[in-house]
Each structure stands twice: as structure tokens, then as C-alpha cells.
Ligand binder design. Structure first.
Ligand code: AMP
Ligand code: GLY
Length: 425
């Protein structure tokens, strides 16, 4: 089949890499791609938001399947737009993508479907939200309703910080219309895990659990980021917990969306908190996680192209996945200063040497080319991933590879996977 991948980050590099190993896939295009993806796919110079142009391209090139990487084209309706012309998209319709596009929608949906999630209130007026922060208990969590590139959530014990955040979101509109409504919810305590499932609208295929590292600095300090590293599987997320999450948090999404007339086809990513009272949903995403994809896809045996196509064709139950026998760990190498401002255009060296290590893959995210040289062009620059027989070996290998890569101002966390490794001692 001929596949078009939409996006240009580390997640999309991983998707293209996995597709390049799929016997069913004869040709890969990627829009807009990145310098790493260029080696695996033909680059298409169309932004992810221009869904009509992407559709025209897909028709012209007789694309069999388009895989939407990021949330934005999905919430803009890439599935609906392509479907009008009979083109297939792996990813939910605009209506079903609301599960990620609107936190208010997601919370109300969870309430209706009895999915365990934190108690919440919705606010449309700043003064009412401020009023609530005066009388409620702390810590609390404030969330902008719409998409905010992972930055629209504040977890705080400080009333002052809560009120400042509310003002910046609802009054100063730092996230634009995404902040027209906010959720204030109870703070859940526990460890997080990302559970990614592929749905065909009726059935789901649950992939190996992973864990992201959201904070910028070691020991989970500093500001929230898109994710500074990940590993999979996660020792504490045992089979029975995955089964419970499947039953309480994934199957109800499939059933609820079907009932609403918007069958969910694509990725259901449940961001879970494992609390003392069992697993609770923090959020849903409607696409693969980044950097979770960098560790989850390398562990899948089998034809990834076929798996995605089976979801679109309503036969995901035919795509069996064996439990992962190895471990994968990804260290995100970022531009110093991220998630704040940072300098771009620094020359990156050592990727080839890093990839000489067996089973190390360097996925590109925010890289660019300047005078023919590879430079940093975004916050998260590379996802250095290693696969090995256990987490400890994957960890050592990934960090050995990281040591070989250099640029001026590089920042990465030194403790990816540490929690799980220490747990086992
Ligand atoms: P979200 O975008 O909703 O996943 O939120 C981003 C991050 O904020 C999550 O990965 C958690 O670390 C944290 N978070 C969100 N909701 C809660 C909650 N109710 N309790 C504790 N932490 C939360
Ligand atoms: N790594 C978090 C996300 O993809 O949303």
C-alpha cells in the first residue's frame, strides 16, 4: 500500500520508520516531515493544517491510507474531509476528536460513561473561577478547555498561582480561544502511565504500556513539557491493571462514541493516574503519544501498516499483537531553554556514531538543515531510542548513544526510566 504520514516530529519519524519495515507498505510520503524522515519517505511540502491540499495530494498519488500524527489535523477534520472523497484516514472524525480537542467534552463524556476521573467543575467566567479558588481544597488542577500544546494545565497548591493562571488563560487569552472555558479538578495522587490502544470503532487492540517524563528537569522538577523521555513496558502496570484500564477507560470510549453516532477509529491514548483507588483517567488523546510512540512502536512485532489499515477497515481483532518481550527507552535531547525560549541553528554532531550502536535509533523531531548541516530548529530535537532485552540494558545503551551526540546548548534528562530501574532493586 501507499501511505501518507501527516506530521513532522519524533512521533512521525517513528511511524515512518515502522512503516518502512512493514511488508505491506510499498511507498511512504510524509508531510511536512523532517530531515530524519527524509531518509525513509518522500517529503511533501504541505503543512499539517492544510487538510484540503493534503487530500488533493493523496488523491493525485493514489494513497491507500493516510496516518494523521498530531492532534491538530484531526480536530480540524482531516478524516471527514478525506472521507468525502472516499479516501481513508487512520484517525478519528472531527466529532470523535473532541475527546482531545475539548477537555470539557472529555470530562462530560467520562461522567456520562462512568469512567473513573477526577471530580471537576467547568467555568466560563473568570470571576466565578476565581471565586471557586477561594473556597475549594488544594492542591487543585486547572485546565484550559482547548488545545494548548501540553501547556494548558496547572497543578498547584498556591491560591495566588491558581488565580494568576486563570487570569492569563481566561482574560489575557495566552492560549487564545482554548481558554474560553476552564476545568478545575481535584488533584489525583499516584504514578502516571500512558495506555495506547488502536480502535476500529468496535474493537480495540491495546499496545504495551509506557511512561512519559513530562517535567523538564531530573526528579520531575521544572515546567511541564511535551515529554522528555519514555520507556516501555512499565513494571508496575501488570496485565491485570491493563485489563482494568481496558474495561473501565478504553471500551467505554468505543461504546460511548458509537452510541453518539461517531464511531472512534484510530488511537485512543488514555493518560492514566494509578491511584490508591485504582486507575483514573487524566486525559484522552486521539493520536499516538510523543515520545511514547518512540518506545511503543519498536516493541511491536508484525506489520504496522496492516494494523493501521485493519483499524480503518473495521477488523482490528484480526491484528493480534504478542506481549512485548523486550524493553525500549527513549531519551529526548532538547534545546537548552525548552519549554521556554531557546537558540536555534546550532550544528548537531554524532548521530551516525550513536546509530552505530546496535539497536539504537535516533528519531528526529525539531531538526533542520542550514547550509547542508543538521541543526536544531525546535524545542525537542532528537529522541534517542534503544531496544534491548531488559530496561536496564536499554537504558545504558540509550545513554551511551546520547553521549555521542553534541550541540551547543543541548539539554536532556539524566533520569529517564530511573524510577522503574530503582523499583526493581
Ligand atoms: P493532561 O494534559 O490533562 O494530561 O495534563 C498534563 C499533566 O498534568 C498530566 O500528565 C499530569 O501530570 C498532570 N495532571 C493533569 N490532571 C491531573 C489531576 N487531576 N491530578 C494530578 N495531576 C494531573
Ligand atoms: N507525551 C504526551 C503526549 O503525547 O501527549
Amino acid at each position: 500500500m501507499r501511505v501518507l504520514v501527516v506530521g513532522g516530529g519524533g512521533r512521525e519519524h517513528t511511524i515512518c520508520w515502522k512503516l518502512s519495515k512493514s511488508a505491506s507498505v510499498e511507498k511512504i510520503y510524509c508531510a511536512p516531515g523532517n530531515p530524519g524522515i527524509r531518509k525513509l519517505a518522500e517529503i511533501v511540502d504541505v503543512p499539517v493544517t492544510d487538510i484540503v491540499k493534503l487530500r488533493d495530494f493523496a488523491i493525485e498519488k493514489s494513497i491507500d491510507l493516510t496516518i494523521a500524527g498530531p492532534e491538530l489535523p484531526l480536530t480540524l477534520g482531516i478524516n471527514d474531509c478525506f472521507s468525502e472523497k472516499g479516501m481513508k484516514v487512520f484517525g478519528p472524525s472531527k466529532a470523535a476528536a473532541q475527546l482531545e480537542g475539548s477537555k470539557v467534552f472529555a470530562k462530560e463524556f467520562m461522567k456520562e460513561m462512568n469512567i473513573p476521573s477526577a471530580e471537576f467543575e467547568t467555568f466560563e467566567k473568570l470571576d466565578e473561577a476565581i471565586n471557586y479558588t477561594e473556597k475549594t481544597r488544594y492542591p487543585l488542577v486547572i485546565k484550559a478547555d482547548g488545545l494548548a500544546a501540553g501547556k494548558g494545565v496547572l497543578v498547584t497548591s498556591s491560591k495566588l498561582e491558581a488565580q494568576d493562571f486563570l487570569k492569563s488563560v481566561m482574560s489575557d487569552k495566552v492560549f487564545g480561544d482554548s481558554g474560553s472555558r476552564v476545568i478545575i479538578e481535584d488533584c489525583l495522587i499516584g504514578e502516571e502511565t500512558s495506555i495506547i490502544a488502536i480502535s476500529d470503532g468496535d474493537d480495540i487492540l491495546v499496545l504495551t504500556p509506557s511512561q512519559d517524563h513530562k517535567r523538564a528537569y531530573d526528579n520531575d522538577e521544572g515546567p511541564n513539557t511535551g515529554g522528555m523521555g519514555a520507556y516501555s513496558p512499565v513494571s508496575i502496570v501488570k496485565r491485570n491493571i491493563v485489563d482494568e484500564i481496558r474495561k473501565k477507560a478504553l471500551v467505554p470510549v468505543v461504546e460511548g462514541m458509537k452510541k453518539r453516532g461517531h464511531p472512534f477509529v484510530g488511537v485512543i491514548y488514555a493518560g492514566m493516574m494509578l491511584t490508591a483507588d485504582g486507575p483514573y483517567v487524566l486525559e484522552y488523546n486521539v493520536r499516538f503519544g510523543d515520545p511514547e510512540t518512540q518506545v511503543v512502536l519498536p516493541l511491536i512485532e508484525g506489520d504496522f501498516g496492516e494494523i493501521c489499515m485493519s483499524a480503518v477497515n473495521g477488523s482490528v481483532s484480526s491484528a493480534k499483537i504478542k506481549p512485548a518481550e523486550k524493553s525500549a527507552l527513549c531519551v529526548v535531547m532538547a534545546s537548552g531553554g525548552y519549554p521556554g525560549s531557546f537558540e536555534k541553528g546550532k550544528i548537531i554532531e554524532g548521530i551516525d556514531e550513536a546509530e552505530e550502536i546496535d539497536n539504537v535509533i535516533v528519531f528526529h523531531a525539531g531538526t533542520g538543515l542550514k547550509n547542508g548541516k543538521l541543526v536544531n530548529s525546535g524545542g525537542r530535537v532528537l529522541g534517542v531510542t534503544a531496544v534491548d532485552v531488559n530496561l536496564s540494558m536499554a537504558h545504558d545503551k540509550a545513554y551511551k548513544a546520547v553521549e555521542k551526540i553534541k550541540w551547543d546548548g543541548v539539554h536532556f534528562r539524566k533520569d529517564i526510566g530511573k524510577r522503574d530501574l530503582e523499583r526493581k532493586i
